[in-house]
Design a protein around this ligand. Sequence first.
Ligand SMILES: [Zn+2]
Length: 139
Amino acid sequence: MDEKSLMSLAVEARKKAYAPYSGFRVGAALLAASGKVYTGCNIENAAYTPTNCAERTAFFKAVSEGEREFVAIAVTGGAGEEPAPLCTPCGVCRQVMMEFCDRDFRVILGNNEEIRCVTLGDLLPLSFSPKDLKGENTP
Ligand SMILES: [Zn+2]
């Protein structure tokens, strides 16, 4: 699956966002190594802290279905009707990605008009990962 197609699925997933408090809607589409795509949206809560981001929704759906290896994720979001040109994952989602992905995991940002591709290593340099617990992480 190419980057534009994955982004298109993220844009569709964003339409399902539950964001009555912030109005900031986010969608994500996660491509697993199996070839299957798991989508997610942000899901807010009146108590605020139970809120879950789109990226983690996608990851948790995939992991709960048995997936452990991932290729790329597309993320799109914004406060307007159409997604903004750039919406980057929050720090918590970056850490969740690091649990399952290497630094070269592709993160596709933008919307259906503009796409920017970065790696998880770009977003989370000098990260803490499961490799650290085994003494295997190298900067
Ligand atoms: Zn997040």
